[in-house]
Ligand binder design. Structure first.
Ligand SMILES: C[S@@+](CC[C@H](N)C(=O)[O-])C[C@H]1O[C@@H](n2cnc3c(N)ncnc32)[C@H](O)[C@@H]1O
Length: 232
């Protein structure tokens, strides 16, 4: 299998299960035109976030790392009437593009975009939770602390998804000097030791290359037997 093949299969899945979506395509185009890095989730991954939000009946969603709001729009579309999504973004330039994309997508009324370092904004969210779905997709060095905050802002049954946990397979190399890999390895170690959750990770390939998601459910330890020191 090659990266070209992954991309072709992603396009095939995309045509079947995502299809033409002018609003989301415009969000990506506007992000690109504004010079934002092209590191949004892929269309099929965005649809997965939508499906997961629907599956857990998410009314309150928290996202760490907005970029141009591509994944935000996917999740916001899954909200029921009265639902709300808070998304945290460090960079005002990214936030400005995201706001325009939210407006074009008709989700500005349900999306609350907060600008600043996630670690400064998370302690202010106590009154907004507990969240039903939390998507961690900001700087990889912060993932371990984001996990702690995500659990603190959860209820039993909250689903936490963290992106980019495989990083081209480099995550399996304990000697990697890549700061992002080290950040994810610290996160993985903390997650494996965390006794309040059940978790696993899935490798992904596709148009965005080779990476992976962590899937974490809060407060369900012991339900599937022990697979590690977390006892879940
Ligand atoms: C991978 S991108 C997010 C992609 C977006 N979730 C999507 O799929 O469309 C990561 C974003 O996190 C932001 N970020 C980086 N460090 C951050 C921090 N400390 N707090 C909040 N956001 C941060 C970056 O500016 C960037 O826009």
């Amino acid at each position: 299998m090659t990266a070209d093949q992954w991309t072709r299969v992603d396009q095939y899945i995309d045509e079947l299960f995502v299809g033409a979506d002018p609003v989301l395509e415009a969000a990506l185009e506007a992000s690109h035109a504004a010079g934002l890095p092209q590191i949004a989730v892929s269309p099929t991954q965005g649809k997965l976030l939508y499906v997961l939000a629907k599956a857990v009946g998410a009314r309150r969603i928290l996202e760490l790392g907005t970029l141009g709001g591509y994944s935000t729009i996917w999740m916001a579309r899954a909200l029921p009437p009265g639902g709300r999504l808070i998304t945290l973004e460090l960079d005002e330039k990214h936030a400005k593009v995201a706001r325009e994309n939210f407006s074009r997508a008709g989700v500005s009324g349900v999306v609350d975009l907060r600008v600043g370092p996630a670690l400064a904004l998370l302690p202010l969210l106590g009154g907004d939770g507990p969240f039903d779905l939390i998507f961690i997709d900001a700087d990889k060095g912060g993932y371990t602390e984001y996990l702690s905050w995500a659990i603190r802002l959860s209820r039993v049954g909250t689903l936490i998804i963290a992106d980019n946990v495989v990083r081209d397979g480099k995550v399996a190399d304990p000697n990697s000097t890549d700061a992002n890999v080290q950040g994810i390895r610290r996160f993985n170690d903390a997650l494996a030791r965390e006794g309040r959750v059940s978790a696993t990770e899935i490798q992904t390939v596709g148009a965005k290359g080779y990476d992976g998601f962590a899937a974490i459910v809060v407060g369900s330890t012991g339900s599937t037997g022990s697979t590690g020191s977390a006892g879940s």
